[in-house]
Design a protein around this ligand. Structure first.
Ligand code: ZN
Ligand code: ZN
Length: 107
């Protein structure tokens, strides 16, 4: 039995819900309830970014391993992507994913 240290739960800074770590071996940095994230990583999971701005979901795009959410940081404006979490506990809200997709944005 080994425990993953980088894949930990967190409390969403936008909606306040407790977010469990994903169970599919992937990595999640966004909230499944409101799809917001925090600008805390330089590389996924490293928590080395000092910005800590709220990252809004602005679109969906097709990645190599399925759909990815595209985020934009409200504070510094930089963008990030994270794989959609759909095969785990607390899957991403499908309603919100569809909404984000329909918004369509320049990704
Ligand atoms: Zn949230
Ligand atoms: Zn930022």
């Amino acid at each position: 039995m080994s425990r993953s240290t980088e894949n930990t739960g967190f409390r969403c800074a936008h909606c306040g819900n407790a977010v469990e770590p994903v169970t599919n071996g992937s990595y999640r940095n966004h909230c499944p309830f409101c799809l917001h994230s925090l600008h805390v990583d330089i590389r996924p999971g490293d928590r080395q970014n000092a910005c800590h701005g709220l990252m809004e979901p602005i679109g969906l795009r097709q990645g190599k391993k399925g759909y990815q959410l595209v985020f934009r940081c409200r504070r510094c404006g930089s963008r990030g992507v994270n794989r959609v979490a759909d095969d785990t506990q607390q899957p991403d809200s499908l309603d919100l994913l569809l909404k984000v997709m329909q918004q369509g944005c320049e990704v």
